[in-house]
Design a protein around this ligand. Structure first.
Ligand code: SF4
Length: 358
């Protein structure tokens, strides 16, 4: 590491001179991280140096400064057309940032090191019939050049026209599906009146193939679907990833006095979750996420572009990155980078690199 230092430093300086002024802060933050990696970590790892108490604390602060928002989940709206009983990001406000402000925040994140953005909600296709989302997706891919742009949606409002207009800019579409039994979906709150959630899922799978978007499925395992065997259906749909979450309680969202949901009746034990995983272990695309893995391993931005800290079992907001910048706001995110890596948060996430057989 030390032998490479002069070359790497020269490279950094060259890259700074090529950048516009607005990017300089991001570069300076990267330099601080680089200096720490080059001159501090090796000694600390080998235990060559006893760190005095005061210094240790200042280094903890420095550690926070160096959190890079590699993968960010931007929940730009809390509004949704579904009423899932366990929802842990509920419609507490109807606020959505003006498009240009949202773009400004995304640029700040890119300058701070963001590589992947995931748009989520609420239901992200609800705002302006998907146009708001489409414009952000296009901005992130075509203008910011992010390696990965993805969406999590309940899938009920997506039209083929959206794929025609914006599909080329999208790497991954993750669709929520908790059951292949429509009655269970209705019980959970994913009912669509006359429309059938599973039929929507199949239609989206087809469009993803046609418009070259990687297709992913997210399932929340809860009291109503924990006994289900989904192997056949998942294997037939063959998603690039099947994220399987254990139903999670978050105070103020789906439990507690001021919450809009009472999700206690949906909760399952760790053992029940393990049994579900065991039953589906032959499904190779399955990525499990227990409550423990999930809670602090996501960088979550709310509708005001505030990081939400889940360390205390609720979502405590930081200041907005639009007001104080990413570096300041991220210190209050509660993000557990080690758990993020441990749960496989960093994976092949650009559709180009996936080399899919469309
Ligand atoms: S679809 Fe998602 S955002 Fe909407 S109610 Fe269900 S869990 Fe919440």
């Amino acid at each position: 590491m030390r032998m490479l230092a002069p070359t790497a430093l020269a490279g950094w300086m060259l890259s700074v001179f090529r950048q516009p002024l607005g990017s300089l802060w991001g570069s300076l933050a990267s330099l601080l991280c680089w200096l720490k990696a080059a001159f501090w970590w090796p000694a600390a790892e080998k235990g060559q140096q006893q760190v005095p108490r005061g210094l240790e604390e200042s280094q903890e602060a420095e550690e926070e400064v160096c959190t890079i928002p590699t993968s960010v989940n931007y929940h730009f709206t809390r509004q949704c057309n579904y009423k899932c009983g366990f929802c842990f990001h509920t419609a507490k406000t109807s606020f959505v940032l003006p498009l240009e402000e949202a773009k400004r925040g995304l640029l700040l994140l890119k300058e701070a090191g963001m590589e992947k953005i995931n748009f989520s909600g609420g239901e992200p296709f609800l705002q302006d019939r998907g146009e708001y989302l489409g414009k952000l997706v296009k901005f992130c891919k075509a203008e910011l050049g992010l390696p990965s742009v993805s969406i999590v949606s309940n899938g009920s409002l997506i039209r083929e026209r959206w794929f025609r207009d914006y599909g080329e800019y999208l790497d991954i579409l993750a669709v929520s599906c908790d059951s292949f039994d429509e009655q269970v979906n209705v019980l959970i709150g994913r009912g669509q009146g006359k429309k059938n959630h599973v039929e929507s899922l199949q239609k989206l799978h087809k469009w993803c193939k046609e418009y070259k978007v990687a297709f992913k499925i997210n399932s929340v395992i809860n009291r109503f679907n924990v006994e289900e065997d989904m192997r056949e259906h998942i294997q037939a749909l063959n998603p690039v990833r099947w994220k399987v979450f254990q139903c999670l309680l978050i105070e103020g969202e789906n439990c507690g006095e001021d919450a809009l949901r009472e999700a206690e009746r949906f909760v399952i034990s760790d053992e029940e979750f393990e049994e579900f995983l065991e039953r589906h272990k032959e499904v190779s695309c399955l990525v499990p996420e227990s409550n423990q893995k999930m809670k602090d391993s996501y960088l979550i931005l709310d509708e005001y572009m505030r990081f939400l800290n889940c360390r205390n079992g609720r979502k405590d907001p930081s200041k907005s990155i639009l007001d104080v910048g990413v570096e300041q706001a991220i210190k209050f995110s509660g993000f557990d980078e080690k758990m993020f890596l441990k749960r496989g948060g960093k994976y092949v996430w650009s559709k180009k690199a996936m080399k899919l057989d469309w």
